[in-house]
Ligand binder design. Structure first.
Ligand code: ZN
Length: 256
């Protein structure tokens, strides 16, 4: 092997925590990081949207900068930097983006400025939203997941953005299989093509209000979806203490 060959699986970390969509929810982020610490992982990779919706964007960016070995940025991070037109955001998301833009400090801003929306240097592809459009496309149907697999160079990809923990798998051709991935779901990703979503840390939308993350073990390619209880009251009270839309506090209790 030449000194310049790309990193092999052997040189990659063995236990990886994948997380996404923290969205300024500091109590949820802290709880997930505590669970990650207990699981003794080698690296923490974040798929983006550290800010937007929640009341503690600066604190979450600081924690991401301290704790994540790799961090992407998502559409909400771009909106907070004024780099994305928020005309297509829902009213509550747009209001949150404006609030976050005004509130975000210089340190957080410069950290987010340095991030990319995808990374294909790891054993699996990492994208905030999708391999075809890492900023904006929601991968929630088998038809779309199949098109993403066609477009994706790596055999396995991880996406966030939809806030729904799930997996897609395609063995040969045709439409992939798919299923939601509630806490406790385990899959082996060692054959076929896969797209996995760990779910959201700070604003889950799959009906389970607990914060989500995914433990990936290489080279066995086992994936374990985790959920962590956190003090929703604290995150909701922090939102209600600002002029962010109150619905952003309410939805946390329902995981919607
Ligand atoms: Zn998001």
């Amino acid at each position: 092997m030449s000194l310049h060959s790309p990193a092999t699986l052997e040189s990659e970390p063995r236990r990886i925590a994948l997380l996404s969509d923290v969205h300024g929810n500091l109590p949820a982020f802290r709880a997930v990081l505590a669970d990650i610490d207990a699981a003794k992982v080698d690296e923490v990779w974040c798929l983006g949207d550290v800010v937007g919706y929640g009341a503690q964007p600066d604190e979450c960016v600081q924690l991401a900068a301290e704790r994540c070995h790799l961090c992407l940025r998502g559409n909400h991070d771009l909106a907070a930097l004024g780099r994305l037109d928020i005309a297509e955001f829902s009213p509550a998301a747009g209001a949150a983006a404006r609030w976050t833009t005004q509130r975000l400090g210089g340190d957080a801003r410069s950290f987010l400025e340095g991030l990319a929306t995808q990374d294909e240097t790891k054993p699996l592809g990492l994208y905030h939203a999708s391999p075809r459009d890492p900023v904006w496309e929601y991968v929630l149907s088998t038809l779309l997941a199949g098109a993403c697999m066609d477009a994706m160079e790596p055999r396995v990809g991880a996406v966030g953005h939809s806030h729904v923990a799930l997996w897609f798998q395609r063995q040969d051709t045709g439409l992939p299989d798919a299923a939601p991935a509630p806490g406790g779901t385990e899959r082996e990703l060692s054959s076929g093509r896969w797209l996995v979503n760990p779910g959201a840390v700070g604003q889950p939308r799959d009906g389970d209000p607990r914060a989500a993350w995914l433990l990936l073990e290489l080279p066995a390619w086992t994936a374990a979806w985790r959920r962590v209880k956190y003090p929703v009251d604290e995150a909701a009270a922090a939102i209600r203490g600002t002029d962010l839309p109150a619905v952003l506090a309410d939805r946390l209790y329902y995981g919607q």
